[in-house]
Design a protein around this ligand. Structure first.
Ligand SMILES: Nc1nc2c(ncn2[C@@H]2O[C@H](COP(=O)(O)OP(=O)(O)OP(=O)(O)O)[C@@H](O)[C@H]2O)c(=O)[nH]1
Ligand SMILES: [Mg+2]
Length: 147
């Protein structure tokens, strides 16, 4: 698998996603600092929420192949500014999480908005997944093989 950095707001589902990809038991734990799960690099939501930490992300990207922008598809807001991915000289992919929670009409509106946030941020491919039901996880795993 490529070396992948996961970036997204607090609670977007980065750690849960990584635990699923690594076939580890899903255990909730707030990420406090950069954590390495082999070639998968987990970051705290604060690295995205506070632009003061963008430099930490840029430094991590020097040693990675892909930056994955992780967005909760049920969330109305996004911390990814347009062009966010252009800061990094590596492949940018988008991951929409919690697809198991997309139900109501408002859910669909948030889903479409969330997708647009990722496109505007510069994601070249977008995956829709649920780490709880495994929906879309095979396609994501395959997508993350390609550097
Ligand atoms: N329904 C549902 N809940 C999910 C999914 N993925 C994550 N969650 C829940 O979302 C919450 C936050 O998940 P985390 O993986 O800890 O989020 P994070 O992005 O690592 O957050 P920080 O470490 O704070 O930056 C947890 O309660 C998870 O159980 C999913 O696919 N579906
Ligand atoms: Mg986490």
């Amino acid at each position: 698998m490529a070396r992948v950095i996961f970036v997204g707001k607090t609670g977007a589902g980065k750690t849960t996603l990584i635990q699923n990809l690594k076939r580890e038991e899903i255990v909730y734990k707030k990420t406090q600092a950069t954590e390495y799960y082999g070639n998968l690099i987990d970051t705290p939501g604060e690295y995205l929420e506070n632009p003061r930490y963008y430099n930490a992300l840029i430094t991590l990207s020097f040693d990675a192949d892909i930056i994955a922008l992780v967005q909760d598809m049920t969330s109305e807001e996004s911390y990814f500014p347009p062009g966010f991915g252009d800061m990094f000289n590596i492949k940018v992919v988008g991951i929409l999480t919690k697809s198991d929670m997309r139900m109501s009409e408002t859910g669909e509106a948030n889903h479409q908005r969330a997708r647009r946030y990722l496109v505007d941020a510069g994601a070249s491919e977008i995956y829709e997944v649920s780490a709880c039901t495994n929906q879309g996880m095979d396609a994501l795993l395959e997508g993350l093989q390609k550097k």
